[in-house]
Design a protein around this ligand. Sequence first.
Ligand code: OGA
Ligand code: MN
Length: 229
Amino acid sequence: MFKPRILVYLIQSSQELITQQNLQTYNLIAEDIYANGMAVIPNALPIELIEGLWSQVHGMSSEQFDQAGIGRENELMQNHFVRRDEICWINGSSPAGQAWLDWTHQLQQFLNKRLFLGLFSFESHFAHYGPGDFYKRHVDAFKGDTNRILSVVLYLNPGWVTDDAGELVIYQDEFDLVGTKILPHYGTLVTFLSDEFPHEVLAANRDRYSIAGWFRVNTSTADKADPPR
Ligand code: OGA
Ligand code: MN
């Protein structure tokens, strides 16, 4: 009997189809990236996904985080004057982590189809900024160093109010000294072209949780695997 097996296959593969909510979000991101090079979307992801990620990061002990470094690949070093957050890379070993990687993979495929970005891989980590922690003005990729193409930041802070501070400040270019401030509200997703926008994280008055991630193009050569981790 053939038919029941075909039916099961159809049901399974339809679960991998993009939901209406995700399609809406992906469309908004593509339109804003195309028009402005960046997108700020509140309530961007399914609420179950945000809740799963929040409870994972909230339940982590400080031993599970590493002090964040700066620099590239082997030049990685810690600089307490530049950034003070602690991070934990997401590898898909938890259901919430895997659901996040699935969601970003769908976004990657969507943006490649819609904007021909040629995104090849994705890496991301949880970040925790304690009260007073900051990340000074920086860019995520340098011009001509076409590795990190698109940066993604997702905030996991229920009940954040203006007085909690901890804004992400995004500057239009290297000459912009004013910038635009974005509060790290629960479920807000920020995406921007990695080499276009200098940005910084201002000190917060309470613990600040987020995920930061980067889509890369493939720059593999015979003796150098990409990504380097
Ligand atoms: C980063 C970064 C922004 C934020 O990790 O590179 O810029 O708001 N994070 O957490
Ligand atoms: Mn950054």
